[in-house]
Design a protein around this ligand. Sequence first.
Ligand SMILES: Cc1cc2nc3c(=O)[nH]c(=O)nc-3n(C[C@H](O)[C@H](O)[C@H](O)COP(=O)(O)OP(=O)(O)OC[C@H]3O[C@@H](n4cnc5c(N)ncnc54)[C@H](O)[C@@H]3O)c2cc1C
Length: 381
Amino acid sequence: MTMSKSPAEIFGYSFPDIRETQLLIVGGGPAGLSAALQALKLGLKVTLVESGLELGGQLVKQTHKFFGSSLERAGTRGFRIAQELIKELTPFKGSGQLEVYLSTTAIAVYPERIVLLSQLSGKVFPIKPKAMIIATGAQERMLPFPNNDLPGIYGAGGIQTLMNQYGVKPGKRALIVGAGNIGLIVAYQLLQAGVEVIAILEAMDRIGGWWVHAAKVRRYGVPILLKHTISRAIGKEKVEGAVIAEITPDGLKDKYQVECDLIGISVGLTPTVDLLRQANVKMKYVAFMGGFVPLRDREMRTSQSWIWVAGDSAGIEEASTAMIEGQIASTSVAKWLGYISEEEAKREIDQLWARLGYLREAEVSSKVRKGLEEVLVTWGG
Ligand SMILES: Cc1cc2nc3c(=O)[nH]c(=O)nc-3n(C[C@H](O)[C@H](O)[C@H](O)COP(=O)(O)OP(=O)(O)OC[C@H]3O[C@@H](n4cnc5c(N)ncnc54)[C@H](O)[C@@H]3O)c2cc1C
């Protein structure tokens, strides 16, 4: 969807008072929070908008300790990382340098560099930034199978939100589809919450997630069935069971029928790129990065010179790399707006790239390394 018409053309009038800001950051996850901190430290005025009720993005539901490097807070639980980042923002509140809007969604981007914000209260207003960083994260993928719309079938992230954010136990007996990190972690958290996990199904012939997460669920006796998937859910008003099929060269072969009241689907994430598309940013489909992602230079700047990107919306990766990308983007914005010199920005960005390089050395990052080869560009002019 391309938003080529101006607000005046669409709404029949122009907005009377358009707020201005130096840097608009859309998304208050690890990428957006780190971008905000870096920009504030460099002296910029920042407006941070987050559609959720609180800041932190995916981090607020992650109760496990993070991997990576100590510089990116490895060894700390996800929700604690969010708390630390939010605390670091506190001194800037009330300084006139930072405005935070919660329950506020950026819904449209117009060519005149105007972004429309919509609040939960129903209020809609435009804002005109000099620069914008899009850090809108990712969305869960769904799987097509009969009855996949029955109540009791959730994305794994939805299960995490219910349990870890709202304290709701989502079921009694669960089947998890997908043995990547998210499926494994959610299965473990369900077990911790007293939910029986019947099995984790994985279409590939190997477990996609870290061995340490797989070992945790195996210790509970949960089978991880490779080359298996769900062929249909059973139930009328809600989930009552599922049929598990083996994936064979001749197609799906139904093998087991199980009773369950909860099915968690964890078959990958795809970057949230709606705003980037509206802004006519040049995109490319890169399967290694989760779908359509923006082309960007090594400063995270997109083909629209006033728009930068960071985190999962730039390609599915990790919170650790999302935080560094946020800092790179803000450093680049600060250079563009004259807050730091070319040399200072280069030194800082080189250091941040060295940290990214360290984090991306792992075998599990090989997809990201391949993906980057397809999206990293040098903008002319
Ligand atoms: C179960 C699980 C376990 C994980 N474990 C690890 C781990 O051990 N180590 C690690 O480094 N990473 C881990 N990750 C990955 C990590 O959580 C993500 O890579 C990271 O959160 C991405 O950060 P982000 O800021 O790009 O996006 P998000 O954290 O998704 O934040 C994006 C934010 O943008 C907001 N938003 C979206 N659209 C709009 C809009 N239009 N207007 C306003 N706001 C908007 C969203 O509400 C959200 O708060 C895990 C993820 C999951 C799901």
